[in-house]
Design a binder for this molecule. Sequence first.
Ligand code: ADE
Length: 243
Amino acid sequence: MRVDVVSIFPEYLAPLDLSLIGRARATGVLDLAVHDLRAWTHDVHRTVDDTPYGGGPGMVMRPEPWGEALDALAPAGASPPPRLLVPGPAGVRFDQALAAELAAEPHLIFACGRYEGIDQRVLDHAATRMPVTEVSLGDYVLFGGEVAVLVVLEAVTRLLPGVLGNAGSLDEESHAHGLLEAPVYTKPPSWRGHAVPDVLRSGDHGRIARWRRAAGLLRTATRRPDMLAALPPETLDKYDVAT
Ligand code: ADE
């Protein structure tokens, strides 16, 4: 997968060199480049923002550098066109389903806005050439899109084939099937008076699987009743109903 990130703070994206994302880059699973938006400015001050039409507080990112950046990174007629992602609090809520959708794309471009956001015409023009998705991490406001890019790319990269040592963990983790995952334990069997549930030490894989399923359902019911309500009834079996 190819990924281009455009930001006025490329240093903010330094963690993309680390850990499993860094390894995915080193092994060629992820071809990722971070670009400084100011490379597409032409004035001595390398200006990227201006006051908003209609008045109001803050500054808006000017369209010209963004237009040139997107022309360079997504040449007209590219086939298939890349998908443009614009983080912002007015976007669609990012979730595991969107992460899976993005993991299937050959080329993503992230446009990190700062200040009050990017001139709307940049998105409108880009949409004539490629799919554009505004994406929000949640109902709060960040300074800019960079942290959201770190989050989205981490969620997407771990779904790429060859990135996780044990792909089976993808199938069992929280949100994989619309449920939260059961709690996990390791050694020692008792720690500060808290014991590991006996069933997990029983060696009975059938019982363990049922316990995990029940514990995941219970967690989902207590913490995220919205997720439980959204489960298609046919994904529940008779044992779940008894639970
Ligand atoms: N930029 C500013 N706020 C944001 C949010 N909630 N999600 C994603 N990007 C943002």
